[in-house]
Design a protein around this ligand. Sequence first.
Ligand code: FES
Length: 136
Amino acid sequence: MTGKGKISRKKFFRYFLYLLGLPLMFSWKKLVESHSDIYGMKRQMILPGNLPNGITIQDELLIRKDENNLAIFSSRCTHLGCQINKYDADGFVCPCHGSRFSFNGDVEDGPAYKPLNRLEYTIDPKTNNIFVKLNG
Ligand code: FES
């Protein structure tokens, strides 16, 4: 039994644990968010809105842009996963086994038989920055 204005020891420890729990929950959330890139949970890449027209190869991305269209592909070859890092007048070329892909991502020459993985993106209307979803 407690007197008026007093708090029991049990309640005190309960409140103390609640107060201790809040920072732990916040820390846990931050920890999960900071590692989400590693586990591929919500990976994205931000590109500047002023990309030049033509073909750009940047990190994991193959980018084709003209006045009206933007297409972004994963640079992972659909044959065995090598990183495509070059192109010629006809399209993208995989350095490992020579698969060729058109600038639309379609297979032009094997051994790959699946088209390049086209990536979804959104454009921030304020900054024109391009947010590319790297998985899924
Ligand atoms: Fe690209 Fe084999 S990994 S052609």
